[in-house]
Each structure stands twice: as C-alpha cells, then as structure tokens.
Design a protein around this ligand. Structure first.
Ligand code: MSP
Length: 635
C-alpha cells in the first residue's frame, strides 16, 4: 500500500486564521480524503508556528505572554477544523516538547556533519518574514519585497549553516527530480535563485528569547525557520523514542510513496532550498514534492492582515455552510495560480453551481422518481445510454486532475457529467412521460440514469464536500457514503430504494439582498475597531524640535532631537527628508508617539515616532494649533 503524507505550512499565531490560511488546509484535507478513498495509507499534518520575533512582539504589544497568545489562536484553528471538517491526523505546535526534541536532533546531525560555524552577521531583516534580504532584493525605501514594510538592520554573532556547500547538490537534485518543485515554473524560479549563488545561512538569533535554545550555544536561539521546517518530521516522532510514524511516512521512502508539502508561493525558498539542504546535511530523506500555490486576492491586493482586506471564514460558513466555502475555494482557484475573492463571485458560484446545477437536478429527479415509483428509486437500471458514456469518459479525468492537484479541473469534470445528465433529461422529457405513461420501464431507465449520474458526482465530491456529498447520496437513496472509490463504477444506484422527501440542500441566495445586508458589515471588516483603553495604550505627546540633520547616505531619513519635557531630549529618526529641509524643522512642534519601542534605522536608534499625514507616501507633519509646553499629552 502506498503511503501518502501531506502537510500544510504551520501557521503563525500572530494572526487569526483568514481565508488564505484555511485554503491550504482545505486543499490538504481534500487530498487526504481522496487518497484514503483511493486506498492509500494517508497521514495529514497541520499545525502552528509559535516561536520567533514576530510572535514575541505581537504578544508584547498585547501585554500577554507569547504562549497565551499562541493558545488563543490555536483554539481558533481548532474551532475552524471542526467547522470545516478537516480530517488531519495530527496538529503540531512548535512549542511542544516532541518538537523541541526533533529540532535538537536535526541540529545535532547537522553539527556532526560539520556544517555549522559561528560568525558575526549583519543584514536587512524583515521580521514578518523572519528572513534576511540583500540590499538588491529590497523594495523601494528599503522595504521587504513581500510585505512592503521597512526592514531593520540587524547585526549580531550567530551560528551559520554552510548553505553555500549545498548549491551544487541542490541543483543536481532539481535536475534528477523535476517533480520536487511544482508547478514547473516555480522550479525554474528556485533553480535560478540557487544558480545565482547561495550564501551561508544564519540559523540562530542572539537577540531572541522566544524560541528553542540552540543546543550547545548558550545565549543563542534556533532561527525560527530551522525550527519551523523541522515540524514536518518532529510530528512523526523524529528525535523521540516513538519513531514508528517517522519510519512509515518519511524514512521508508518506497517508490510509490509521497511526502508532499503544500505551501504558498511566498515561502517557496524556505521549503525548496533551505529545507532540502538541512535534510541533506542531516543525512535524511527529502520530501518528494513541494507544491506552491498562489495567493487569494481581494480588491486587487493579496489578502492579508496588514492590508486589511481579509475574509474571515466564519461569516461565510454561517451563511452558506462549510462545504460551500470549501467548494468555492477549490473550484475558483486554478491551483498554482492566484485567485480573487469577492462576495459577488462567491454568490454567483454558489447559486449557479450548487443551488442550480447540483441542488435542482437532485430535487427534480427525486421528486419525479418519488411520484412515479411510490417514493422509491426506479425499479429498472440501464446500462447503455449517453450518460453512462459520459461517465466513463469523465471519471478518469477526475482522477487524472487529482493527480495533478488540479482541483478546479476535477470539479469541472464532475459538473460536465451533471450537465450531460441534464441534457439527456431535457431530451427525454421524463416530466411528460410521468403524465403520459405512468411508471413505465422507459421512464424508470431515464430517471435511473439521471440519479446514477448524481450518485457518481456525489461520490466524486466526497473529498471536496465531506458533509454535503453524503447528504446528496442519502437524498437519492444511498444512505451510507462509500468508504472507497470502487463505488465510482457505473451501476451502483439501488433499485426500489426508499427516497426521503427532498429538502433543499443549497437554498438559493438573493444576491441583491445579500450584498445590501452585507454593506454595513463590510465597512467594519476592513477597519478593526478598538476600545478607548486600547487607544490610550499609545502615548501621544507634543514635542519641540531642538535640532535636525540628515542621516548620512539616506535621502529620506532625518535625525531629530526632540524635547518632550523629559530630563533629556529624545533622538528620533523620521522618514521626512524628501518633504522637509532639516533647518526648517528646528523650533517646530510635532506630535510624537512617546511609548514606542526604540528601533534602529540605518544603525541610528530612534526613540519615538513623529506623526504625519501621508499623501501617496509624502509626509505632511502634524502641528498643534497653538504653541503648548513640550511634553503636553495628546488625547
Ligand atoms: N509560519 C510560516 C510557515 C512555516 S512552514 C514550516 C508562515 N506562516 S503564515 O501564517 O504567514 O502563512 C502560512 C501560509 O498561508 C503560507 O503558505 C501563505 O502563503 C499562506 N497565505 C497567507 N495569506 C495568503 C493569501 N492571501 N492567499 C493564499 N495563501 C496565503 O509563513
């Protein structure tokens, strides 16, 4: 029996789950269910990434311990797992003991190989990515190429991994394993990145407390990506005594076995370069495939907390049902590319595919069959007809599409079968035959064909819509959902089985009404409302600028000396150099965020932030309406 191990990225706990996050888990769940039905030995893992600077900062901002923040977010993931019917076999948290053991073990092996050394590290660091970037990779004004937020200059003594030594082995691996990165375009991206030259990678942080202590190096914490990536094997028991799952789903590596990491395209480099290099160094097998999908967009931008355009799954689930959300996600995105979410697009798909194509076909057939055959499925089956021919053609397409992770193509094939069945019904007009002929054999065959097509579609839908597909099957006289795809052969619909009274499975939604009712909530969704107490956590004060000078080698940064009525003035670095001359600022009063954590900008400490209105990125400073004593509170 082939083993099939599928993983999602482990999610950061500084953000509540949004549609982009549950997408990958929905995909993994669908694949896991598909492979279980196909008879494979499946293990499906998801979890949370709980260490690192990001989480540490987010927790500090909320005034809670990092683990409290993590527990809270994890409980939201658990709630969504139940709502969306995710069938994961395990949920790994990087704060668990078993995970720490796995990380220690992999580091031990990498060290044994001689691939670690200590050196000073300097570079531009994006905290949300937990990644260093070279000057050349940065966006305008030294911003992160992924988040477009300012990066920070970091300099510290670190432990390095000899990544450069793996440049050629990685290139050789891509050459001999073209399926290692999918889709193929992503493999090309990875290959050119590696070909352009790999530099050794810092795998520890000295300034971070919230993480796993680096074994044998007091004061150093394991770099969060080395920590996080190891989840894929620590969850299987690597590094712990009970390594049975690890043996079966990772180490064995038989010919037909699969170790598949599903990821978003933003974390490709970590999975397709760093992770295989760590594994090669540790002498461990590599995943068979790293499959990168695109992003969900909304209003033309990547859905993310920082952009404020996220869709929380709960609202959609409340209104349309969990399986409709799953269907939309899997049908709308061509896996590998990007896709857009809009309320309108969602309702259109729901009404046309689910309410109309599937829901109406089921209720029409059930109603006709009940009335003609005494509340039962038709007594006579049929083996030679155009619907069967369509099923024989389309079902192999579903399997082929699933092998390519082309979920939308698989669903399209199922819907084509529905369409063929509908065309057939329109041509044979059973609704007329019921009246003219009563329960004839011809009518029995026609309705049986239609219902059999629905049975096949619903069976094919089991991995996609695990709750609704069995409901559809029950509605057409198949009360227990099959446990294997053997039932995908033509001819399985029982004759004379009881048909329950049809209930609408997908009630039609009035688009206009829905969008109107939604207007109000949408406003609120994009701006997060905060309490007055939360607002007062920010200490705003008026300061008087005593001195100002440009930061050398920077066009934008100005170093200000600002009197905030404290014992000594503050040094504040502001990005206002394109709009203001330093000499014009002296003597001016400005609004300052006074309780901001100090940060370094181009190596200069900034002890606060001056407030400015921003017009297309051009700052316009805020001043009090009249002169006030330095240090006056703003509220
Ligand atoms: N913790 C790391 C992953 C470590 S895996 C060893 C991380 N976490 S994340 O929470 O920021 O992102 C998790 C996944 O969600 C990523 O694959 C990312 O691509 C995905 N998505 C986040 N926003 C998304 C969209 N708008 N659309 C699709 N997926 C996106 O990265």
């Amino acid at each position: 029996m082939a083993s099939f191990y599928v993983t999602t990225p482990i999610y950061y706990v500084n953000d509540l789950p949004h549609l982009g996050h549950i997408f990958t888990t929905t995909v993994a769940d669908t694949l896991a269910r598909y492979h279980r039905l196909a008879g494979d030995d499946v293990y499906f893992l998801t979890g949370t990434d709980e260490h690192g600077q990001n989480i540490e900062r987010a927790a500090r901002k909320e005034g809670v311990a990092p683990i409290e923040l993590a527990d809270r977010v994890v409980s939201r993931y658990f709630a969504l797992r139940d709502r969306l019917g995710f069938s994961n076999d395990d949920f790994i948290r990087t704060t668990q003991e078993r995970h720490r053991k796995g990380v220690e073990e992999i580091i031990h092996r990498i060290a044994e190989k001689g691939d670690l050394y200590t050196a000073r590290h300097e570079g531009w660091y994006c905290s949300p990515c937990e990644t260093y970037y070279t000057e050349k990779e940065l966006g305008p004004d030294r911003t992160c190429p992924v988040h477009a937020t300012p990066v920070e200059w970091e300099s510290e003594e670190n432990i390095f991994f000899r990544l450069a030594n793996y440049q050629q082995p990685l290139l050789d691996w891509y050459q001999t394993h073209p399926e290692f990165v999918r889709p193929a375009t992503r493999l090309n991206e990875v290959r050119s990145f590696v070909e352009s030259g790999l530099r050794d990678l810092s795998v520890s942080r000295a300034s971070l407390e919230w993480g796993i202590p680096f074994p044998g190096h007091p004061g150093q914490t394991v770099y969060v990506w080395l920590d996080a990536l190891t989840n894929y094997i620590s969850a299987l028991g690597f590094g712990s005594e009970s390594g049975e799952l690890y043996e079966k789903f990772w180490a064995k590596g038989g010919a037909g076995d699969t170790r598949l990491h599903l990821i978003g395209k933003d974390i490709l480099r970590h999975h397709a370069v760093y992770w295989p290099a760590f594994l090669m160094s540790a002498g461990l097998p590599l995943p068979t495939t790293v499959w990168a999908h695109g992003w969900w967009y909304r209003d033309g931008k990547k859905m993310s907390k920082s952009t404020g355009n996220i869709v929380r799954p709960d609202d959609l689930i409340d209104r349309f049902g969990a399986d409709s959300v799953r269907y939309f996600l899997l049908r709308e995105m061509v896996f590998g590319g990007d896709a857009s979410f809009s309320d309108e697009g969602f309702i259109d798909r729901y009404n046309s595919d689910l309410a109309n194509d599937l829901g109406n076909t089921v209720s029409r057939l059930v109603t006709l069959s009940r009335s003609a055959f005494g509340g039962r499925t038709p007594p006579t089956a049929c083996d030679d007809n155009p619907v069967r021919a369509a099923a024989l053609r389309l079902l192999p397409e579903v399997h082929a599409a699933m092998g390519d992770l082309a979920f939308s193509r698989a669903l399209e094939a199922l819907w084509r079968l529905l369409a063929e069945a509908n065309q057939y019904l329109v041509a044979r007009e059973p609704w007329k035959l019921v009246k003219s002929e009563g329960p004839s054999e011809a009518l029995s065959r026609i309705l049986w064909n239609g219902l059999e097509a629905v049975r096949l579609v619903a069976t094919g839908l089991l991995p996609f819509m695990p709750r609704v597909a069995p409901q559809v099957l029950a509605a057409i006289g198949v009360p227990s959902a099959p446990a294997s795809f053997e039932s995908l052969a033509w001819g399985g619909l029982p004759n004379g089985a009881e048909l329950p009274e049809p209930k609408p499975i997908f009630p039609r939604i009035d688009k206009k009404e829905y969008l109107k009712a939604d207007e109000g909530t949408k406003e609120r969704e994009t701006t997060t409302l905060i309490t007055i107490d939360k607002f007062f956590e920010t200490e705003l004060k008026v300061g008087t600028v005593q001195a100002a000078e440009r930061v050398p080698k920077s066009t934008k940064l100005v170093k200000l000396t600002v009197d905030l009525g404290e014992a000594s003035p503050r040094q504040i670095v502001a990005g206002i150099g394109l709009a203001y001359q330093p000499e014009d600022l002296v003597g001016k009063q400005v609004a300052v965020v006074a309780n901001l954590q100090p940060a370094k900008l181009m190596g200069i400490e900034s002890q606060g932030m001056v407030l400015a209105a921003s017009i297309d990125g051009k700052p316009v400073l805020l001043h009090p309406d009249a002169q006030v004593p330095a240090g006056t509170q703003v509220k």
